[in-house]
Ligand binder design. Structure first.
Ligand code: SF4
Length: 370
């Protein structure tokens, strides 16, 4: 049987950030105990349904999973360990935000079996953190990483964002240098997307400026250069790691491995179908689970394979692509030849891999090959 990954969603935050359109709620702390109970029940039920599947990675995402107490987290990890066959060397990650961590909590998370922490730092600059509505300061972010290390976490990711309102290239370079002076093994860097319906969207509509495409591209190149100087390799368009610290859970997503999402708003890819739970916290708490179920066609599989695999440094398996493209492959092969000719991609063994220039125009490449 194929290995399985579990995603567990914790939809609570201390405060809603100005750019956030994720399924998370602020001011619903009183619902956390009931949610933990409900999620525990869903984990146990899923363990009975998918019996015999070996779990290689578990990821607690949010929201802010670190609003949970150590005891609540242990309730959930105990449910996972007792309901599924979890590999002894499984990667068990949780997202955490500065401002919600203490040494005791971190020790309790370790005790609960968490062995990888992903900390939402976003910027090492108080002005920018304030502008995007984060609850923490630069010093608190640095302190959170150090506390995690002191608590025994050897595998620590930090998330950074670029393209923030009022952020210059120098600001971002400074953030990178500060962040990489911390004991981290992994860096995720995402460009801010100003999503409709968020407070930031309204501010931008009223004239607040965010960096343009050219500046964000320079920031992306700066990130790659500085991460490399610090010994972190780009293994996915937005992710960098020290050797051996690539996020195994996220690699499952990019390789289209099977994962089961549990909790409010969680998404799954299982048995050639994508499905998701209700995004409504109230519905979830009242017992509603599945919201959508979509069996994937061969065309969906082709599009997803192109979209996900070309993001990575290992690239796309051309044998798999040829099989999915079927009779369309000869036309696609001409596009591949052109990409190689223009140094946007290269072929190594059976894989098509994008160069840094190819990554810069990823969307256009996907459109050609999907
Ligand atoms: S911490 Fe993350 S999930 Fe929570 S409001 Fe901010 S961006 Fe959204």
């Amino acid at each position: 049987m194929k290995p399985l990954s579990l995603y567990l969603h914790i939809p609570f935050c201390v405060r809603k950030c100005a750019y956030c359109d994720f399924p998370s709620h602020a001011g619903r702390e009183k619902d956390i105990p009931a949610y933990v109970d409900a999620l525990r029940g869903e984990i146990i039920g899923a363990g009975q349904k998918w019996i015999g599947r070996r779990v290689e990675t578990v990821f607690f995402g949010g929201g802010t999973p670190s609003v949970l107490t150590g005891e609540q987290m242990k309730t959930l990890t105990d449910a996972v360990f007792s309901s599924f066959s979890v590999s002894p060397d499984a990667e068990i990650s949780m997202e955490a935000n500065p401002g919600t961590l203490t040494p005791d909590k971190l020790a309790a998370y370790r005790e609960a079996g968490i062995n990888r922490l992903s900390i939402g730092v976003q910027a090492m600059n108080d002005r920018l953190l304030h502008a995007i509505g984060r609850i923490h300061t630069r010093n608190e972010a640095a302190e959170a990483v150090r506390m995690a290390k002191d608590a025994g976490f050897e595998n620590i990711n930090i998330d950074l964002m670029y393209g923030l309102p009022g952020q210059s290239i120098d600001d971002f370079t400074d953030t990178l240098h500060q962040a990489l002076s911390l004991p981290v093994t992994h860096l995720s860097m995402y460009s801010l997307i100003v999503e409709e319906g968020t407070p930031l969207y309204r501010r931008v509509e009223q004239g607040e400026e965010v960096p343009g495409d050219e500046e964000t591209l320079i920031m992306q190149h700066t990130a790659a250069r500085i991460a490399a100087q610090h010994g972190l390799t780009r293994y996915e368009i937005s992710n960098y790691a020290r050797p051996g610290f690539e996020c195994r859970h996220n690699l499952v997503y990019w390789r289209r491995g099977e994962y089961l999402g549990l909790g409010c708003a969680a998404h799954s890819l299982m048995d050639s179908a994508r499905f998701s739970n209700t995004a409504s916290l109230d519905e979830y708490l009242s017992g509603v689970r599945m919201d959508s179920y979509e069996p994937l066609t061969a065309t969906d599989a082709l599009e997803e394979t192109v979209m996900l695999s070309l993001r990575t440094a290992e690239g796309m398996d051309l044998c798999e692509y040829r099989a999915l493209a079927g009779s369309d492959f000869p036309g696609k092969q001409r596009h591949i030849d052109r990409l190689v000719l223009e140094s946007l991609a290269f072929v190594r063994g059976d894989r098509l891999i994008l160069t840094e220039r190819g990554m810069d125009v990823l969307n256009a490449v996907i459109e050609l090959l999907a």
